[in-house]
Design a protein around this ligand. Structure first.
Ligand code: AR6
Length: 207
């Protein structure tokens, strides 16, 4: 954990740069993990190829929660781009655990990576599915030369994943799969989830 900043600064809703609640962890000499509170629809890294991750559903045409907020902020072009993503079977554009990319349109971030986390009570292996969602989002980012990415707490809303368990899966997956990305951010909407993420990072990431 350290407080040193990278060359570029991330921006959130109030226009502030790297707020007081931002905590940074070094994952490798070239890769860091940053945890902060905030609204992911307002996140970007100035002047770079960046992406926010949308916790979507398999249909990938919008919904409530963060998905709804991201579609509202991106404008109707985002839904049109999602519609053009081919279905892999009827009604399914992005199976659980996979990821797809679109432009960000009116969002501050240049791209949106759509992923689908597990529905906690019905998924056969929610831990594997959640880890896949994080890992495949990171893979798609790297394939598209994105160096800065921001995640919300995938599956921790409507999909009902207990957030203390989700925190361990999120942090351990990012720790093992972030190589090649400069910064992986978590932008978290509530204090209890932010606290769970910080606790997991302090337990799982050693300096
Ligand atoms: N910025 C950051 N985090 C947010 C924001 C935001 N603007 N808005 C909500 N969150 P959820 P899921 C947090 O329900 O559980 C949708 O209908 C929220 O507090 O958005 O993966 C989709 O279409 C929670 O901690 O996603 C799917 O059908 C976290 O984001 C389904 O919900 C995720 O909550 C996906 O459910």
């Amino acid at each position: 954990e350290n407080g040193s900043g990278a060359a570029r600064v991330s921006t959130l809703s109030n226009g502030s740069h790297d707020g007081a609640d931002l905590v940074s962890f070094q994952l490798s000499p070239t890769s860091s993990l940053k945890i902060q509170k905030g609204d992911i629809t307002r996140w970007s890294v100035d002047g770079s190829s960046d992406a926010i991750v949308n916790p979507a559903n398999e249909r990938m045409l919008g919904g409530g929660g963060a998905d709804g907020a991201i579609h509202r902020a991106a404008g109707p072009e985002l839904r049109e781009a999602c519609y053009r993503v081919p279905e892999v079977r009827p009604g399914v554009r992005c199976p659980t655990g996979e990821a797809r990319i679109t432009p960000g349109f009116r969002l501050p971030s240049s791209h949106v990576i759509h992923t689908v986390g597990p529905i906690y009570d019905s998924d056969r292996n929610p831990e594997a599915s959640l880890s896949n969602a994080y890992r495949n989002s990171l893979r798609v980012a790297k394939e598209n030369n994105i160096q800065y990415i921001a995640f919300p707490a995938i599956s921790c809303g409507v999909y009902g994943y207990p957030f203390d368990e989700a925190a361990s899966v999120a942090i351990s997956t990012v720790k093992s799969s972030a190589d090649g990305l400069k910064e992986v951010h978590f932008v978290l909407f509530s204090d209890d989830i932010y606290d769970a993420w910080l606790k997991a990072a302090r337990e799982l990431i050693r300096d």
